[in-house]
Ligand binder design. Sequence first.
Ligand code: UD1
Length: 421
Amino acid sequence: MDKLIVNGPCTLTGEVRVSSAKNATLPILVATLLCPYPVNFETIPALMDVGTIIKLLQSLGVKLTVEGPTTTLDATELANQHADYALVKTMRASVLVLGPLLARYGQASVSLPGGCAIGARPVDIHLMGMEKLGAEIHIENGYIKARAKKLKGAVITLPFPSVGATENLMMAAVLAEGVTVIENAAMEPEIDDLADFLIAQGVRIEGAGTSRITIHGVELKDLKPSAKPYRVIGDRIEAATFIIAAIMTGSDVKVSGLNPKHLSFVLETLTKMGAGLDVGPDFVHVRKSPRLKGVAIDTAPYPGFPTDVQAQMMALMSVVDGNSIVTETIFENRFMHVPEMGRMGAKITLKGKSALIEGVESLSGAPVMCTDLRASAALILCALKAEGQTEIQRVYHLDRGYEKIDEKLTHLGATIRRVKA
Ligand code: UD1
């Protein structure tokens, strides 16, 4: 297992460009299951999670070709509609194949994704929505078995604006008969990007990015390839991670390749804490900031504070003046970075869904262990700030969702190296 060695404290300088968003790439690659023709993409990020979804698509019969910067997925003909446990268990987003398979083939057998480190994360909302569209669903031997001769458009009101359920249902609705309306839909930018991809295939979708999405069902033959390769949006979570890295280390760094509107809440919070940020059309320039002050945040569905930036924000809060409070409202077990950060000198007390962070003067390097994707990013941030050497183990968590983060940080001047297992 690879590990990262960081010698802090580091000062960063220069510009870093974020990769295409992991959380938009995954559903959009899955959406090619709806398309009876090859689909071209630009700039698919080299991430472990993307590799996992491609393996799953290949197991269903999708053909992959890569030529220079263009990746092509061809789902003209699929071999089967069975998503195996061995592939689904490693990544929850795999359950997104349910909607398109069911809509196109009238049946699907998809392993239940199971629990995961940051919480129970059931798929009941996905299944409720599929049933509303007319599917018959049974759970058998750990698999979701779904059937429907032809899905029928419906009004589906989600009990919670689940990102994955909204995406799964949008894809299923594309080949359903008639119109589907998703009420209380998730509004994340990644949903908007999935809608843009589907619209580029000839589907009519209104309201993506709002809480009411309308999808006009089409026949398979009505879907048409778009002339241009699809380009996925920049990764707002990766961008937030670099922005916080620059602030924590008192650095001057330009983070580019994102739509800063996707990070409005995060940028407002950082500004309130005292960060100096210049925001452009596709970049955020972090000016060398003095020490920031504490703040209270609650994670919430978009446009609220993203749970995927909570751990990184806590890393920053551990070295500001005064106290901060973080309340995690999306996942029930997303504080696993707290004991690891404590090993580096952070002062954090947990009480139920909330964490009280007392700002300390500085952190000190220590051996630490990654527990999940964003927790890993938070440990890197602490390591960049800390005095001395930090050895970060289990970086495979990080490789799931950050493309070449060690190389990008080295380019910015950090002293970080990967030790291959
Ligand atoms: C997506 C993101 C993930 C992010 C999360 C919340 C991807 C690949 N992953 O995950 O990075 O942290 O959104 O912004 O895009 N829930 C249910 N029943 C369901 C579905 C969800 O109870 O059927 C609960 C979950 O347990 C969780 C909450 O709803 O507590 C949010 O889940 P959801 O929005 O579905 O997140 P994901 O799509 O899994």
